[in-house]
Design a protein around this ligand. Structure first.
Ligand code: FAD
Ligand code: PHB
Length: 386
Protein backbone atom coordinates (compact mmCIF):
# COMPACT_ATOMS: atom_id res chain seq x y z
CA UNK A 1 0.00 0.00 0.00
CA UNK A 2 1.52 3.28 -1.11
CA UNK A 3 0.21 6.62 0.17
CA UNK A 4 0.80 9.44 -2.34
CA UNK A 5 1.22 9.56 -6.13
CA UNK A 6 4.11 12.02 -6.26
CA UNK A 7 7.39 10.89 -7.83
CA UNK A 8 8.29 8.79 -4.75
CA UNK A 9 5.02 6.82 -4.68
CA UNK A 10 4.80 6.36 -8.44
CA UNK A 11 8.43 5.28 -8.85
CA UNK A 12 8.15 2.87 -5.91
CA UNK A 13 5.00 1.40 -7.47
CA UNK A 14 6.78 0.88 -10.77
CA UNK A 15 9.92 -0.66 -9.22
CA UNK A 16 7.74 -3.05 -7.19
CA UNK A 17 5.70 -3.92 -10.26
CA UNK A 18 8.91 -4.68 -12.18
CA UNK A 19 9.87 -7.01 -9.30
CA UNK A 20 6.48 -8.76 -9.55
CA UNK A 21 5.13 -7.27 -6.29
CA UNK A 22 1.52 -6.10 -6.31
CA UNK A 23 0.86 -2.61 -4.96
CA UNK A 24 -1.95 -0.05 -4.72
CA UNK A 25 -1.48 3.74 -4.63
CA UNK A 26 -3.90 5.94 -2.68
CA UNK A 27 -3.64 9.66 -3.55
CA UNK A 28 -5.57 12.54 -2.06
CA UNK A 29 -5.62 14.72 -5.17
CA UNK A 30 -6.72 14.11 -8.77
CA UNK A 31 -4.11 12.97 -11.33
CA UNK A 32 -4.53 16.31 -13.15
CA UNK A 33 -3.78 18.24 -9.98
CA UNK A 34 -0.64 16.20 -9.32
CA UNK A 35 0.53 16.83 -12.89
CA UNK A 36 -0.08 20.57 -12.53
CA UNK A 37 2.48 21.03 -9.73
CA UNK A 38 5.63 22.57 -11.18
CA UNK A 39 8.65 21.59 -9.13
CA UNK A 40 12.01 19.95 -9.80
CA UNK A 41 13.95 20.06 -13.04
CA UNK A 42 17.38 18.52 -12.45
CA UNK A 43 17.92 14.76 -12.36
CA UNK A 44 21.11 13.07 -11.15
CA UNK A 45 22.41 10.15 -13.17
CA UNK A 46 21.36 7.74 -10.41
CA UNK A 47 17.76 8.99 -10.76
CA UNK A 48 17.96 8.56 -14.52
CA UNK A 49 19.30 5.02 -13.93
CA UNK A 50 16.35 4.21 -11.65
CA UNK A 51 13.86 5.53 -14.20
CA UNK A 52 15.56 3.31 -16.79
CA UNK A 53 15.25 0.34 -14.45
CA UNK A 54 11.55 1.18 -14.01
CA UNK A 55 11.20 1.14 -17.85
CA UNK A 56 10.03 4.76 -17.98
CA UNK A 57 13.06 6.56 -19.45
CA UNK A 58 12.31 6.54 -23.20
CA UNK A 59 10.86 10.07 -23.35
CA UNK A 60 13.39 11.33 -20.81
CA UNK A 61 16.18 10.25 -23.19
CA UNK A 62 14.55 11.78 -26.26
CA UNK A 63 13.28 15.02 -24.72
CA UNK A 64 15.51 15.59 -21.66
CA UNK A 65 18.73 17.56 -22.03
CA UNK A 66 22.05 16.51 -20.60
CA UNK A 67 23.91 19.51 -19.12
CA UNK A 68 27.66 19.20 -18.69
CA UNK A 69 28.08 22.40 -16.70
CA UNK A 70 26.40 25.11 -14.61
CA UNK A 71 26.95 28.84 -14.36
CA UNK A 72 27.86 30.55 -11.10
CA UNK A 73 27.40 34.33 -11.19
CA UNK A 74 28.65 36.78 -8.57
CA UNK A 75 30.10 40.30 -8.52
CA UNK A 76 28.63 40.80 -12.00
CA UNK A 77 30.69 38.00 -13.59
CA UNK A 78 29.49 34.62 -14.89
CA UNK A 79 31.78 31.65 -14.22
CA UNK A 80 31.28 28.15 -15.59
CA UNK A 81 31.70 24.96 -13.59
CA UNK A 82 32.45 22.15 -16.01
CA UNK A 83 30.69 19.32 -14.19
CA UNK A 84 31.79 16.68 -16.69
CA UNK A 85 35.46 17.68 -16.70
CA UNK A 86 35.45 17.78 -12.88
CA UNK A 87 33.48 14.60 -12.17
CA UNK A 88 33.02 12.65 -15.42
CA UNK A 89 29.26 13.24 -15.19
CA UNK A 90 26.57 15.76 -16.06
CA UNK A 91 22.93 16.13 -14.98
CA UNK A 92 19.72 15.73 -16.97
CA UNK A 93 17.26 18.61 -17.23
CA UNK A 94 13.77 17.08 -17.42
CA UNK A 95 10.77 18.38 -15.49
CA UNK A 96 9.25 16.59 -12.51
CA UNK A 97 5.84 16.95 -14.20
CA UNK A 98 7.17 14.91 -17.14
CA UNK A 99 8.69 12.26 -14.85
CA UNK A 100 5.31 12.04 -13.12
CA UNK A 101 3.44 11.82 -16.44
CA UNK A 102 5.74 9.01 -17.69
CA UNK A 103 5.28 7.07 -14.43
CA UNK A 104 1.49 7.53 -14.46
CA UNK A 105 1.29 6.32 -18.09
CA UNK A 106 3.46 3.28 -17.33
CA UNK A 107 1.30 2.48 -14.31
CA UNK A 108 -1.89 2.64 -16.35
CA UNK A 109 -0.32 0.47 -19.08
CA UNK A 110 0.74 -2.10 -16.46
CA UNK A 111 -2.80 -2.25 -15.09
CA UNK A 112 -1.72 -1.36 -11.53
CA UNK A 113 -4.39 0.11 -9.27
CA UNK A 114 -4.27 3.80 -8.28
CA UNK A 115 -7.03 5.50 -6.32
CA UNK A 116 -7.07 9.26 -6.91
CA UNK A 117 -9.21 11.76 -4.99
CA UNK A 118 -9.18 9.56 -1.88
CA UNK A 119 -10.45 11.43 1.19
CA UNK A 120 -9.84 10.83 4.93
CA UNK A 121 -6.82 8.62 4.27
CA UNK A 122 -5.56 7.02 7.49
CA UNK A 123 -2.91 4.39 8.32
CA UNK A 124 -3.40 1.72 11.01
CA UNK A 125 -1.70 -1.08 12.96
CA UNK A 126 1.71 -0.59 11.37
CA UNK A 127 3.33 -1.66 14.64
CA UNK A 128 1.89 -5.16 14.13
CA UNK A 129 1.93 -7.71 11.28
CA UNK A 130 -1.30 -6.64 9.61
CA UNK A 131 -1.22 -2.96 8.76
CA UNK A 132 -4.09 -1.40 6.85
CA UNK A 133 -5.13 1.83 5.18
CA UNK A 134 -8.59 3.34 5.36
CA UNK A 135 -9.96 5.99 2.98
CA UNK A 136 -13.14 7.30 1.49
CA UNK A 137 -13.69 7.40 -2.25
CA UNK A 138 -16.81 8.66 -4.02
CA UNK A 139 -18.60 8.71 -0.66
CA UNK A 140 -17.75 5.06 0.19
CA UNK A 141 -15.37 3.98 2.93
CA UNK A 142 -12.69 1.43 1.94
CA UNK A 143 -10.01 -0.59 3.72
CA UNK A 144 -6.83 -1.94 2.13
CA UNK A 145 -4.77 -4.67 3.76
CA UNK A 146 -1.20 -5.59 2.86
CA UNK A 147 2.29 -6.35 4.14
CA UNK A 148 3.65 -2.79 4.28
CA UNK A 149 2.58 0.85 4.10
CA UNK A 150 4.90 3.18 2.18
CA UNK A 151 4.36 6.76 3.33
CA UNK A 152 5.16 8.71 0.14
CA UNK A 153 2.70 11.51 0.89
CA UNK A 154 5.00 14.50 1.04
CA UNK A 155 5.76 16.96 3.81
CA UNK A 156 2.11 17.59 4.78
CA UNK A 157 0.97 13.97 4.49
CA UNK A 158 -0.77 11.74 6.99
CA UNK A 159 1.91 9.01 7.30
CA UNK A 160 4.56 10.83 9.33
CA UNK A 161 1.82 12.59 11.32
CA UNK A 162 0.46 9.16 12.39
CA UNK A 163 3.67 8.11 14.13
CA UNK A 164 3.55 8.51 17.94
CA UNK A 165 5.68 11.52 18.85
CA UNK A 166 7.81 9.47 21.27
CA UNK A 167 8.92 7.24 18.36
CA UNK A 168 10.16 9.99 16.05
CA UNK A 169 12.74 12.77 16.24
CA UNK A 170 12.68 15.70 13.87
CA UNK A 171 15.37 18.22 12.93
CA UNK A 172 14.48 21.48 11.23
CA UNK A 173 15.95 24.73 9.97
CA UNK A 174 13.58 27.27 8.48
CA UNK A 175 15.35 29.92 6.40
CA UNK A 176 13.79 33.38 6.68
CA UNK A 177 13.10 33.58 2.94
CA UNK A 178 11.38 31.90 0.03
CA UNK A 179 11.76 31.31 -3.70
CA UNK A 180 9.37 32.93 -6.13
CA UNK A 181 9.29 30.73 -9.24
CA UNK A 182 7.97 31.57 -12.70
CA UNK A 183 7.45 29.14 -15.57
CA UNK A 184 7.18 30.89 -18.95
CA UNK A 185 6.94 29.76 -22.56
CA UNK A 186 10.08 31.61 -23.63
CA UNK A 187 13.53 30.33 -24.68
CA UNK A 188 16.08 30.09 -21.83
CA UNK A 189 18.49 33.04 -21.46
CA UNK A 190 21.55 30.78 -21.25
CA UNK A 191 22.40 27.27 -22.50
CA UNK A 192 23.02 26.04 -18.92
CA UNK A 193 21.52 26.79 -15.50
CA UNK A 194 22.81 29.97 -13.87
CA UNK A 195 22.95 30.31 -10.05
CA UNK A 196 23.41 33.99 -9.22
CA UNK A 197 24.43 35.57 -5.92
CA UNK A 198 23.64 39.30 -5.82
CA UNK A 199 23.46 42.14 -3.32
CA UNK A 200 19.65 42.17 -3.85
CA UNK A 201 19.34 38.41 -3.35
CA UNK A 202 19.70 35.06 -5.08
CA UNK A 203 18.38 34.31 -8.59
CA UNK A 204 18.29 31.09 -10.62
CA UNK A 205 17.85 30.71 -14.37
CA UNK A 206 16.64 27.19 -15.09
CA UNK A 207 14.84 25.61 -18.01
CA UNK A 208 12.73 22.71 -19.15
CA UNK A 209 12.94 22.74 -22.98
CA UNK A 210 14.34 25.11 -25.64
CA UNK A 211 11.02 27.00 -25.45
CA UNK A 212 10.15 26.68 -21.77
CA UNK A 213 12.06 28.47 -19.02
CA UNK A 214 11.94 28.30 -15.24
CA UNK A 215 13.26 31.23 -13.23
CA UNK A 216 13.44 31.85 -9.49
CA UNK A 217 14.25 34.84 -7.31
CA UNK A 218 14.78 34.93 -3.57
CA UNK A 219 11.95 36.80 -1.78
CA UNK A 220 11.36 37.59 1.91
CA UNK A 221 9.54 34.94 3.97
CA UNK A 222 5.80 35.43 3.70
CA UNK A 223 5.94 37.21 0.32
CA UNK A 224 2.59 37.14 -1.49
CA UNK A 225 2.10 36.45 -5.20
CA UNK A 226 -0.06 39.58 -5.42
CA UNK A 227 3.09 41.62 -4.65
CA UNK A 228 4.78 40.21 -7.75
CA UNK A 229 3.06 41.00 -11.04
CA UNK A 230 4.99 39.58 -14.02
CA UNK A 231 6.76 42.84 -14.88
CA UNK A 232 8.06 43.26 -11.31
CA UNK A 233 9.39 39.68 -11.39
CA UNK A 234 11.24 40.10 -14.72
CA UNK A 235 12.71 43.46 -13.65
CA UNK A 236 13.97 42.04 -10.37
CA UNK A 237 15.36 38.91 -12.02
CA UNK A 238 17.35 40.98 -14.52
CA UNK A 239 18.76 43.24 -11.82
CA UNK A 240 20.31 40.21 -10.11
CA UNK A 241 22.04 38.77 -13.20
CA UNK A 242 25.30 39.76 -14.94
CA UNK A 243 24.51 42.22 -17.78
CA UNK A 244 25.03 39.82 -20.68
CA UNK A 245 22.82 37.16 -19.08
CA UNK A 246 20.18 39.77 -18.13
CA UNK A 247 20.16 41.11 -21.70
CA UNK A 248 19.43 37.61 -23.00
CA UNK A 249 16.35 37.13 -20.79
CA UNK A 250 13.23 36.96 -22.94
CA UNK A 251 10.13 37.79 -20.95
CA UNK A 252 6.59 36.54 -21.39
CA UNK A 253 3.45 35.91 -19.38
CA UNK A 254 3.92 33.56 -16.41
CA UNK A 255 2.32 30.18 -17.15
CA UNK A 256 2.78 29.34 -13.47
CA UNK A 257 3.96 31.37 -10.50
CA UNK A 258 4.46 30.13 -6.94
CA UNK A 259 6.34 30.84 -3.73
CA UNK A 260 8.22 28.04 -1.93
CA UNK A 261 9.53 28.52 1.60
CA UNK A 262 13.16 27.53 2.11
CA UNK A 263 13.48 24.88 4.77
CA UNK A 264 15.44 21.85 5.77
CA UNK A 265 13.71 19.10 7.70
CA UNK A 266 14.65 15.51 8.58
CA UNK A 267 12.60 12.89 10.46
CA UNK A 268 14.43 10.01 12.12
CA UNK A 269 14.04 7.11 11.84
CA UNK A 270 12.28 6.51 8.51
CA UNK A 271 10.82 3.11 9.45
CA UNK A 272 8.19 2.41 12.12
CA UNK A 273 7.41 -1.30 12.03
CA UNK A 274 5.56 -1.82 8.76
CA UNK A 275 5.29 1.87 7.91
CA UNK A 276 8.22 3.18 5.87
CA UNK A 277 8.53 6.85 4.96
CA UNK A 278 10.12 7.95 1.68
CA UNK A 279 10.77 11.27 -0.07
CA UNK A 280 9.40 14.57 1.20
CA UNK A 281 7.32 12.70 3.81
CA UNK A 282 10.60 12.10 5.66
CA UNK A 283 12.79 15.02 4.64
CA UNK A 284 12.88 18.39 2.90
CA UNK A 285 16.00 20.07 1.57
CA UNK A 286 16.22 23.68 0.38
CA UNK A 287 15.83 23.57 -3.44
CA UNK A 288 19.20 25.27 -4.06
CA UNK A 289 21.05 21.94 -4.43
CA UNK A 290 18.30 20.37 -6.62
CA UNK A 291 18.29 17.30 -4.39
CA UNK A 292 14.66 16.72 -3.23
CA UNK A 293 13.40 14.61 -6.11
CA UNK A 294 16.73 12.79 -6.35
CA UNK A 295 16.56 11.86 -2.66
CA UNK A 296 12.97 10.65 -3.11
CA UNK A 297 14.27 8.40 -5.92
CA UNK A 298 17.15 6.97 -3.86
CA UNK A 299 14.83 6.30 -0.87
CA UNK A 300 12.41 4.29 -3.00
CA UNK A 301 15.28 2.42 -4.62
CA UNK A 302 16.31 1.18 -1.15
CA UNK A 303 12.67 0.61 -0.18
CA UNK A 304 11.81 -1.44 -3.27
CA UNK A 305 14.96 -3.54 -2.80
CA UNK A 306 14.11 -4.15 0.87
CA UNK A 307 10.51 -5.18 0.14
CA UNK A 308 11.69 -7.44 -2.71
CA UNK A 309 14.23 -9.10 -0.40
CA UNK A 310 11.51 -9.65 2.20
CA UNK A 311 8.91 -10.99 -0.25
CA UNK A 312 11.24 -13.08 -2.45
CA UNK A 313 13.94 -14.21 -0.02
CA UNK A 314 12.19 -13.96 3.34
CA UNK A 315 14.93 -11.72 4.75
CA UNK A 316 14.30 -8.57 6.82
CA UNK A 317 17.93 -7.43 6.75
CA UNK A 318 17.42 -4.71 4.12
CA UNK A 319 14.25 -3.51 5.84
CA UNK A 320 16.21 -3.21 9.09
CA UNK A 321 18.93 -1.25 7.30
CA UNK A 322 16.47 0.97 5.34
CA UNK A 323 16.41 3.96 7.64
CA UNK A 324 20.15 4.25 8.22
CA UNK A 325 20.99 3.73 4.53
CA UNK A 326 18.58 6.48 3.49
CA UNK A 327 19.56 8.88 6.27
CA UNK A 328 23.23 8.76 5.37
CA UNK A 329 22.37 10.06 1.90
CA UNK A 330 19.78 12.48 3.26
CA UNK A 331 22.22 14.20 5.62
CA UNK A 332 24.77 14.43 2.82
CA UNK A 333 22.18 16.24 0.69
CA UNK A 334 21.15 18.46 3.63
CA UNK A 335 24.79 19.43 4.15
CA UNK A 336 25.27 20.34 0.51
CA UNK A 337 21.93 22.14 0.08
CA UNK A 338 22.35 24.20 3.27
CA UNK A 339 25.95 25.08 2.37
CA UNK A 340 24.99 26.18 -1.15
CA UNK A 341 21.98 28.11 0.19
CA UNK A 342 24.16 29.94 2.73
CA UNK A 343 26.70 30.72 0.02
CA UNK A 344 24.26 32.17 -2.51
CA UNK A 345 21.45 33.90 -0.58
CA UNK A 346 21.23 37.21 1.18
CA UNK A 347 19.75 36.78 4.67
CA UNK A 348 18.05 39.49 6.77
CA UNK A 349 21.00 39.37 9.20
CA UNK A 350 23.75 39.18 6.56
CA UNK A 351 26.39 41.78 7.52
CA UNK A 352 28.92 43.45 5.19
CA UNK A 353 31.49 41.08 6.74
CA UNK A 354 29.33 38.09 5.76
CA UNK A 355 29.02 39.43 2.20
CA UNK A 356 32.81 39.67 1.89
CA UNK A 357 33.06 36.15 3.27
CA UNK A 358 30.53 34.87 0.70
CA UNK A 359 32.52 36.56 -2.10
CA UNK A 360 35.77 35.05 -0.83
CA UNK A 361 34.19 31.60 -0.68
CA UNK A 362 32.68 31.95 -4.18
CA UNK A 363 36.10 33.06 -5.45
CA UNK A 364 37.63 30.02 -3.83
CA UNK A 365 35.02 27.74 -5.44
CA UNK A 366 35.75 28.99 -8.96
CA UNK A 367 39.55 29.35 -8.57
CA UNK A 368 40.40 26.14 -6.71
CA UNK A 369 39.98 22.94 -8.70
CA UNK A 370 39.57 21.03 -5.43
CA UNK A 371 36.72 23.34 -4.31
CA UNK A 372 35.03 23.26 -7.76
CA UNK A 373 35.28 19.48 -7.75
CA UNK A 374 33.72 19.25 -4.28
CA UNK A 375 30.73 21.34 -5.42
CA UNK A 376 30.41 19.49 -8.73
CA UNK A 377 30.61 16.06 -7.05
CA UNK A 378 27.72 16.87 -4.75
CA UNK A 379 25.72 18.53 -7.53
CA UNK A 380 25.87 15.57 -9.94
CA UNK A 381 25.28 13.21 -6.99
CA UNK A 382 27.10 10.27 -5.50
CA UNK A 383 26.59 6.75 -6.83
CA UNK A 384 23.87 4.62 -5.21
CA UNK A 385 25.13 1.55 -3.41
CA UNK A 386 22.51 -1.16 -3.49
P1 FAD B 1 5.40 15.01 -3.32
O1 FAD B 1 5.82 15.37 -4.68
O2 FAD B 1 5.01 16.09 -2.37
O3 FAD B 1 4.19 13.97 -3.45
C1 FAD B 1 3.42 13.57 -2.34
C2 FAD B 1 2.02 13.17 -2.82
O4 FAD B 1 1.25 12.71 -1.70
C3 FAD B 1 1.26 14.33 -3.42
O5 FAD B 1 0.74 13.96 -4.68
C4 FAD B 1 0.16 14.62 -2.40
O6 FAD B 1 -1.03 15.11 -3.01
C5 FAD B 1 -0.05 13.25 -1.78
N1 FAD B 1 -0.63 13.30 -0.44
C6 FAD B 1 -0.39 14.21 0.53
N2 FAD B 1 -1.13 13.93 1.63
C7 FAD B 1 -1.82 12.81 1.34
C8 FAD B 1 -2.77 12.03 2.06
N3 FAD B 1 -3.12 12.36 3.32
N4 FAD B 1 -3.31 10.96 1.47
C9 FAD B 1 -2.96 10.60 0.20
N5 FAD B 1 -2.08 11.32 -0.54
C10 FAD B 1 -1.52 12.40 0.02
N6 FAD B 1 14.14 18.39 -6.32
C11 FAD B 1 15.16 18.01 -7.15
O7 FAD B 1 15.66 16.87 -7.01
N7 FAD B 1 15.63 18.83 -8.14
C12 FAD B 1 15.12 20.08 -8.32
O8 FAD B 1 15.54 20.76 -9.26
C13 FAD B 1 14.08 20.53 -7.42
N8 FAD B 1 13.53 21.75 -7.55
C14 FAD B 1 12.48 22.10 -6.78
C15 FAD B 1 11.89 23.33 -6.95
C16 FAD B 1 10.81 23.72 -6.17
C17 FAD B 1 10.20 25.07 -6.37
C18 FAD B 1 10.26 22.81 -5.20
C19 FAD B 1 9.05 23.20 -4.38
C20 FAD B 1 10.83 21.58 -5.02
C21 FAD B 1 11.94 21.20 -5.79
N9 FAD B 1 12.52 19.96 -5.64
C22 FAD B 1 13.59 19.61 -6.43
C23 FAD B 1 12.01 19.02 -4.64
C24 FAD B 1 11.06 17.97 -5.24
O9 FAD B 1 10.06 18.58 -6.01
C25 FAD B 1 10.43 17.14 -4.13
O10 FAD B 1 11.45 16.67 -3.29
C26 FAD B 1 9.62 15.96 -4.69
O11 FAD B 1 8.39 16.40 -5.19
C27 FAD B 1 9.35 14.90 -3.61
O12 FAD B 1 8.51 13.90 -4.12
P2 FAD B 1 7.55 13.09 -3.16
O13 FAD B 1 6.85 12.10 -4.04
O14 FAD B 1 8.31 12.62 -1.99
O15 FAD B 1 6.53 14.16 -2.58
C1 PHB C 1 14.20 23.88 -11.42
O1 PHB C 1 14.43 23.87 -12.64
O2 PHB C 1 13.04 23.92 -10.99
C2 PHB C 1 15.33 23.89 -10.47
C3 PHB C 1 16.61 23.72 -10.94
C4 PHB C 1 17.69 23.74 -10.07
C5 PHB C 1 17.46 23.94 -8.72
C6 PHB C 1 16.18 24.09 -8.24
C7 PHB C 1 15.10 24.08 -9.11
O3 PHB C 1 18.53 23.99 -7.88
Amino acid sequence: MIIGAGPAGLLLGQLLHEAGIENVIVERQSAQYVLGRVRAGVLERTTVGLLERAQVAARLHSEGHVHDGIGLAFDGVLHRLDLRALTGHGVTVYGQTEVTRDLMNARTAAGCVSVYEAAHVSVHDFDGDRPFVRYTHAGQEHELHGDFIAGCDGFHGVSRASVPSAAIRTFERVFPLGWLGVLAHVPPCHPELVYASHERGFALCSQRTPTLSRYYIQVPAGAQLSQWPDTAFWDELRRRLPTDVADAVITGPAAEKSVTPLRSFVAEPMRFGRLLLAGDAAHIVPPTGAKGLNLAASDVCYLAAAVREYCCEGSSAALDAYSSRCLERVWGAVRFSCWLSALLHRFPDTTPFDRRLQSAELDHVVRSRAASTALAESYVGLPLEI
